[in-house]
Design a protein around this ligand. Structure first.
Ligand SMILES: Nc1ncnc2c1ncn2[C@@H]1O[C@H](COP(=O)(O)OP(=O)(O)OP(=O)(O)O)[C@@H](O)[C@H]1O
Ligand SMILES: CC(C)(CO)[C@@H](O)C(=O)NCCC(=O)O
Length: 307
């Protein structure tokens, strides 16, 4: 089953679904209906066969971490700041990071040992549009240079040091910009999920990277043609919903015909998001502890876990 030289254990969908001897967590029809609120397209088989086993596996890691942390604190005779277990989720634009992150947040919060699960996206660490404009990189949103990486490093290292009440800037997809008057409060969660295209990126000029602060990391992978389709589908859906709002940065796209909208989305995909995927995101895949391989329709076909 496994390639001799691969650093990963490989599970196909069936083998992954059958993983046993893990603390149980089940999903009733009613709970599943609630989960659907996070994404109405998620299939129940997907939730029970893939995400539940993943949540159980993460539960093992988190409880082992908590155990070790309390033993280490007494061994080192150190006061114990409450540092969360940090999970990074990486992958292309439109591959399904937000959906996976919200599902895991919901599932992981059901255990008493780690009921406080916070979710932060690196979108909040993009430079505001006025800075991107001044730097002449408005068409590079999502590329490494479009993020305030120092701010992100400061946040992740502060949370790992157990600092309470940290404020995270908020990005609005509607305004297509950072919202000056809003912040998300992150206050000593048991688990922090940090989701974003750039979370596994490294900068060889710097001694530390964001992922130095991760206890677990996930890369969501799919064929580029499939992701492009999902991006175009989402663009068409937004044309009929969010873009209709006159406050939307992309309101100008609301009146496009279907053909024009497909053309525009394909162009943005090709010129920005596909480039970023190939140059900056895909090369980080093998840094992840776990790789989720999706097929068409978002069905997860394979899971790879580092040995
Ligand atoms: N598990 C899933 N089942 C069905 N559809 C999904 C699933 N996950 C994501 N999608 C769909 O794929 C599209 C992209 O998903 P999502 O917004 O979660 O991606 P993302 O990786 O967070 O993107 P971005 O980086 O652009 O914010 C959406 O249209 C979403 O409804
Ligand atoms: C905010 C990011 C960079 C990442 O989520 C992305 O959603 C984005 O806006 N990319 C820029 C090109 C586009 O509008 O798709």
């Amino acid at each position: 089953m496994n390639n001799t030289y691969s650093p990963y254990f490989e599970f196909d969908r069936t083998a992954w679904a059958l993983s046993r001897d893990l603390p149980s967590l089940s999903l009733s029809e009613e709970e599943f209906e609630k989960l659907k609120g996070l994404n109405e397209k998620i299939a129940i088989e997907e939730a029970t066969e893939v995400y539940l086993p993943l949540a159980r596996l993460l539960h093992l890691y988190v409880t082992a971490f908590q155990n070790l942390q309390s033993k280490m604190n007494s061994f080192l005779n150190m006061p114990a700041p409450k540092a969360p277990f940090v999970i990074g989720i990486a992958g292309s634009v439109a591959v399904g990071k937000s959906t996976t992150a919200r599902l895991l947040q919901n599932l992981l919060s059901r255990w008493n040992e780690h009921s406080k699960v916070d979710l932060v996206t690196t979108d909040g660490f993009l430079y505001p549009n006025k800075v991107l404009e001044a730097k002449g990189i408005m068409n590079k949103k999502g590329f490494p240079e479009s993020y305030d990486i120092n701010k992100l490093m400061h946040f992740i290292s502060s949370i790992k040091s157990g600092e309470p009440a940290l404020k995270v800037p908020v990005y609005s997809h509607l305004a297509y910009d950072i919202l000056d008057d809003q912040a998300l409060m992150v206050d000593q969660p048991d688990i922090l999920i940090l989701e974003g295209i750039n979370v596994l990126q490294v900068n060889t000029q710097e001694p530390f990277f964001v992922s130095d602060f991760f206890d677990f990391s996930i890369y969501i992978d799919a064929n580029e043609e499939d992701i492009r389709e999902w991006y175009i589908e989402r663009f068409l859906m937004l044309r009929d919903t969010a873009f209709q709002d006159p406050r939307s940065y992309f309101h100008k796209y609301a009146s496009l015909t279907e053909q024009e909208a497909i053309h525009t989305a394909t162009r943005i995909w090709r010129d920005i998001n596909a480039k970023n995927l190939n140059e900056n995101i895909m090369p980080t895949k093998e840094r992840a502890k776990l790789i989720i391989q999706k097929g068409a329709n978002h069905m997860i076909e394979q899971v790879l876990l580092r040995k």
